[in-house]
Design a protein. Sequence first.
Length: 249
Amino acid sequence: MVDLNNTNQVSQMTESCQILSDTLNMIENHVKPGQSVIELDRLAEEYILSRDAKPAFKGYNNFPSTLTVSIDDEVVHGIPKDVVLEEGQIVGIDCGVLKNDYYSDSARTLAVGKISEEKQSLLDITKEALEIGISKAVVGNRVFDISDAIQKHVESKGCSIVRELVGHGIGTQLHLEPQVPNFSTPRSASHDVELKEGMCLAIEPMVNLGSRYIKTDSDGWTIRTQDGQPSAHFEHSILITKLQPRILT
């Protein structure tokens, strides 16, 4: 794990996260029916490079793109394809930035035009789960408190949490300890990690409208729901401070 224990380190991490937030805001403005998915990826890469930063995902374990773009039943890690977005879809946009030797990671799931009430409810539940999880990221709590709050909220709304993929520490590497599961049962060793000032976490609930079970496409990256029901994903990189969690992205 990484501890940001001085002002300079916090400033460097914050700049990386701000570039990422600005990138996602820009991409969100382009998400509409008829938009080329490949073009979204090109726009994101050009913007990040224009800020004297690097896309964190491109080349990571040979991943080929700047964004992951996951549509409807795709949970995460969708490789941008030569397709256009269609009215009524939901699309998960996940991105990372490397700046000042610090990584940032954030995701949001967006509506393409007008979507069904069912899909809108899924987006709302997932975003709420992220907000609730972040609220538990305070000094003296444990990872368990984040995980338990997310799972209870999601399941109380009749949705399911993906178990095979979890949040993580972040900072000088894209993925650091501790793991941050979005579920508290069964309890794991990572659940017992105490949260301390200066820790950076990427908290990222992945919520399915149907069952929690997933499968991986033949491309080796794209993960989708087994039952074909839609999935949503929201993520922020945060800093634990003395007072309250600080959302960096």
